[in-house]
Design a protein around this ligand. Structure first.
Ligand code: PGA
Length: 251
């Protein structure tokens, strides 16, 4: 059975006391609610440990926003998979478009991080998505295909079935411009087809493919009603406990 996953990517927002406040508010908002989706939050590194202790007896799971592909070493400013595991992360977001475009991460580097995350029993949430230029010049499907192929490069089927994919058109991130449910569904179905070719139809059918890019309480339900949209990766709207709650409850 495919799992619905609603994940909140806090990005570089919330200092320690604000992080504690947000996660406490979210716990209160979710208390006693009938929650179908898996709920994941990805606070900044420095808040992971404090957040972990607050979510201990709740449905909320912990993710990091990034990590390095090496076990350890001279990589100033970086964090390893083992470090993330040691503070209680179960997930890690990899290949977010902000990492790709602002920090120059390549498909190859992202693939090596995916392998490292799997080796350390972290579930990678692997992001893909086209820019506005790519959408307008008709290369969306080529871009998505090459990103997905690169992400799955060298993975066994047993590893591949652990991945979560997030389709995030770059033009929809933080812009208030959501892809229409039909536009998103079209790409999600395409991603599933590519993955079926790389693995098996059964594995592709079982994978969670999230949509991300200006997901809000008022558009979540319609997006999530599409057959190949199995969750959301939420930026802006996860920074307020009540709006994130409403997105979680739209599943
Ligand atoms: P947004 O961000 O919801 O603010 O558009 C989504 C993301 O970047 O994951």
């Amino acid at each position: 059975m495919r799992k619905y996953i609603i994940a909140g990517n806090w990005k570089m927002q919330k200092n320690l006391s604000e992080a504690i406040q947000l996660v406490s508010d979210l716990k209160n908002e979710l208390e006693g609610k009938d929650i179908i989706a898996e709920v994941v939050i990805a606070p900044p590194f420095m808040a992971l440990e404090a957040v972990k202790s607050l979510i201990k007896n709740s449905v909320i799971k912990l993710s990091a926003q990034n990590m390095h592909s090496a076990d350890s070493g001279a990589f100033t400013g970086e964090v390893s998979a083992d470090m993330l595991k040691s503070v209680g992360c179960e997930y890690v977001i990899l290949g977010h478009s902000e990492r790709r475009t602002i920090f120059g991460e390549t498909d190859e580097f992202i693939n090596s991080k995916i392998k490292q995350a799997l080796k350390n029993n972290l579930i990678p949430i692997v992001c893909c998505g086209e820019s506005l230029d790519e959408r307008e010049n008709g290369t969306t499907f080529n871009i998505i295909e090459s990103q997905i192929k690169a992400a799955f490069n060298g993975l066994t089927n047993e590893q591949a079935e652990k991945l979560v994919i997030a389709y995030e058109p770059i033009w929809a991130i933080g812009t208030g411009k959501t892809a229409s449910p039909e536009q998103a569904q079209e790409v999600h179905a395409f991603i599933r087809k590519i993955i079926a070719g790389l693995t098996t139809q059964e594995i592709a059918n079982g994978l969670t493919i999230q949509y991300g890019g200006s997901v809000k309480p008022d558009n979540a339900k319609e997006l999530l009603s599409k057959p190949d949209i199995d969750g959301a990766l939420v930026g802006g709207a996860c920074l307020k406990a009540d709006s994130f709650r409403d997105i979680i409850l739209s599943v």
